[in-house]
Design a protein around this ligand. Structure first.
Ligand SMILES: N[C@@H](CCC(=O)N[C@@H](CS)C(=O)NCC(=O)O)C(=O)O
Length: 234
């Protein structure tokens, strides 16, 4: 009997923006994948061995090895670069050197500055509290929305410069990462972007793409069980 399981397994949860980023890259390229649930706050020993920083996602390529360290890659940026090399079409990394550099910078900026302000500043104080039956940390979340995020949105607005894409003239890893990480806020709060019209237009266009919308829908289904509506942080 032939094995119908996909080669690529993403260990993690769609609630992680970094898991959804990897899922989005797979969808963009038409590469089958499955997500295998890992509770990153209490992971099994075998997962600790393949995730030295105890983070999700980790990717396994079953065509390389079915278990152990071989065939695994930790960190969403490393994983996405691997998928690009293995499945080059459609390209998600620009060919032109400067555009490639810009895309990689925006990916890193979204993975760090934006994820810190939106994930640690808004998603966690709200969702982690609500999941434990506590009051949502709205003061912390409002501070992040009011003070931490505007300078980051200013940078993204300036880098976009009214264009449809962050780097080059096509969808790239930069666009996927910014939209995916921004949507972490949308899981728990409204995201009015009126002061940043270029970013708002980019965000709306990205949300309409199945590669962004499908992984987000999987996350939203899980989140809405505990948090039926979004908060207004303005
Ligand atoms: N740079 C990493 C970040 C991964 C990351 O921070 N993942 C979070 C979930 S969204 C995590 O595993 N957190 C575990 C923890 O904080 O202990 C990547 O891009 O994969």
């Amino acid at each position: 009997m032939s094995d119908s399981r996909p080669d690529l397994v993403i260990y993690g949860s769609p609630v992680s923006p970094f898991v959804r980023k990897v899922a989005g890259v797979c969808i963009a390229k038409g590469v089958p994948y499955e997500v295998e649930a890992i509770n990153v706050f209490d992971p099994p020993q075998w997962f600790r061995e393949i995730s030295p920083m105890k983070r999700i996602p980790v990717l396994r390529d079953r065509s390389v090895a079915e278990e152990g360290l071989a065939g695994t890659i930790a960190d969403s940026s490393a994983i996405c670069a691997f998928i690009e090399k293995k499945h080059p079409a459609p390209a998600l990394y620009p060919d032109i050197p400067m555009a490639l550099g810009e895309a990689l910078f925006i990916e890193e900026y979204a993975d760090t500055a934006l994820a810190m302000a939106g994930g640690l500043g808004i998603f966690r104080p709200i969702f982690f509290a609500v999941s434990k039956g506590e009051e949502p940390g709205l003061d912390k979340a409002r501070d992040a929305w009011t003070n931490q995020l505007p300078p980051i949105f200013d940078v993204l607005e300036a880098r976009l410069g009214g264009r449809a894409f962050f780097a080059g003239d096509a969808l790239s890893i930069a666009d996927i990462t910014v939209a995916t990480v921004l949507m972490q806020i949308a899981l728990v709060a409204e995201t009015p972007l009126d002061r940043w019209p270029g970013l708002a237009a980019h965000y709306a266009a990205m949300q309409a793409l199945p590669l962004i919308a499908e992984p987000y829908a999987a996350a939203e289904k899980m989140i809405r069980r505990a948090l039926p509506t979004r908060f207004d942080l303005t």
